[in-house]
Design a protein around this ligand. Sequence first.
Ligand SMILES: [Zn+2]
Length: 318
Amino acid sequence: MTDLPSPKHSASLEQGGPPRRLLLVHAHPDDESINNGATMAKYAAEGAQVTLVTCTLGEEGEVIPPELALLAPDRDDRLGEYRVRELTAAMSELGVTDHRFLGGAGRYRDSGMMGAPQNRRPHSFWQADVDEAAAALVEIIREVRPQVLITYDPDGGYGHPDHIQAHRVAMRAADLAAEPAYRRDLGEPHTIAKIYWNRAPRSVVEEGFARLKDALAELPFPASASVDDVPGVVDDDVITTVIDGGGFAAAKAAAMRAHATQIEVVEPWFALSNRLAQPLSAVEYYELVRGERGDGVSGGSPETDLFAGVTEAGKGAA
Ligand SMILES: [Zn+2]
């Protein structure tokens, strides 16, 4: 099979569509803002097409504001629909207009923490057939034709079943989308040039918590989280790519604040429902796991652009 651009793809380039297209796959509403808020805001502001796919509505999350406690899954069980609105508000803070739920809103339900009985519910994302869920994502990949995909590492960053499953589905869909013989009813084949996993360099996380120690007395949070509470922490040399979203720190904080059932923000810190304080940084880190580094090759210095080395045709340096 030759590797010529599909007619559909060529046409969209000729029509002057946005040349850079970034796809993010996340488990729950709020993960995108916590992990990639500055990256999403930066690329959206630069005119890239940013597409977010969220796999569940986050129905099993804990609810922070006491006045919203009735939304909880063990009460009215209306947290999912509420979090759709929070996500919409967060996307507007980040300037992202294309956000979708995998298979449509409510197709897959939040599986709860690993080992919880919710893991075994038939419609939980943890019980989803990976190939079936991947097909829904293939259709989006072949429509959007991203050059860059961001998702989690195989552990989902911290072992949450929905994060692990989001990783599996994203990686499987990237393979299937490129496969010429696979489901042509879902669109023309498309190869994603570069795939990144969310990461956090250990030295930076440790330094953040050291600063937090001094600031904690002034904060409304009773205690500090620890390095082990941060998803995706790796040795510094695993990091291939650093996106300095410093100009978008306020947008990231506002997006996180939009997820008020899940996050409390006191810049430059935040806490989840456990109320343990963590650093909030607009510098976001990645590990390139597929495709070639486009710059910073010498001396192992990291890339500073997710699209480095990607050609307009989306074939990448690989
Ligand atoms: Zn999550």
